[in-house]
Design a protein around this ligand. Sequence first.
Ligand code: SF4
Length: 355
Amino acid sequence: MTHASIEKTGVIRALGLLSGGLDSTLAARLLLEQGIEVGCVNFHTGFCIQSHTSAIRNPKPGAPPPRHDALHAAQSLGVKLHMVDISSDYVRIVTDPKHGYGKNLNPCLDCKIFMVAKAWAMAKELGYHFIFSGEVLGQRPMSQRRDTFPVIDREAGVKGWLLRPLTALRMPETEPEKMGWVDRSRLEGFNGRGRKPQMALAKKLAITDYPSPAGGCCFLTDENYTRKLRDLWAYRNNRDYSMEDILLLKAGRHIRPAPHFKLMIGRDQSENLFLSGFRKGRMTIQTKNTPGPLTLVEGEITAAEDRLLACRIAARYSKGKDLPTVQLTVDDGNVTEVVEVTPLPAHELPDHWHV
Ligand code: SF4
């Protein structure tokens, strides 16, 4: 990235962080309107709700097929999109965030710093002159505040080279504005959590097809998900996780009857199919004489009473839950056996077993 390249070609190039939501789309569009060449980057952390939804959930009959918002937005904008998997480096952000967590296990400030630093490194490598994001002052309690923007810029090492086109008029001038590459008078000064100004701008720019702002994008802000992650950490006695761990937390009903084992029970056909991809190395329980979900057992269960309890719980979530007995196939990876058990009645399944 050199300024000389601008003198030579007259082309100013900006790399934006694109989630595919309305804000990042508008930010890109404001720069495109100024004749700036825009490229975008979308980071995969392993906690993206959208990629999970497309991977697991069957669309409702008649519903449009699931789409990837960033890909869709990049296509509509007509810009190049770099999709980058940062999930392995991201582990330390989730397990030990310097700036702590938000309401759930969302390390938003550390996450933003990490992504901005990555984007800036990419920009320099790929010949972009500055980076931009769709952040709006006051929109998110943890990371989009007047006092946190400078922290992001400083700790990501990008001071002055990260432009936030939607809120720029409320911020000090950035380097691309000072250099005259970006016309500040054509940027916005949005502020706060309200969406009306963004929607009005979208209308003005004829952007109509964008995802609902209500839809969350990250499992780390989801209370149910983070409860399962805390449970995983607590019973392992450490905060490490593998990609398989975090994928499995996204699907199924999780029940922990004892500290040393947990059951993961599919809630519908698509979850059963998803869970079946993780059979290796785990005991599985499947109903035999009645329809029922696939159950995966996480942890060691060798004691006969633990195995019986696991089977009775699995039977409870089958169509045979009211039958006197249900047959199940239990496969521990070495031996497959058929057992017949009485489904566990509801009153014997305490609430606190549900993770
Ligand atoms: S919601 Fe998730 S992806 Fe977004 S900033 Fe927070 S931790 Fe990062």
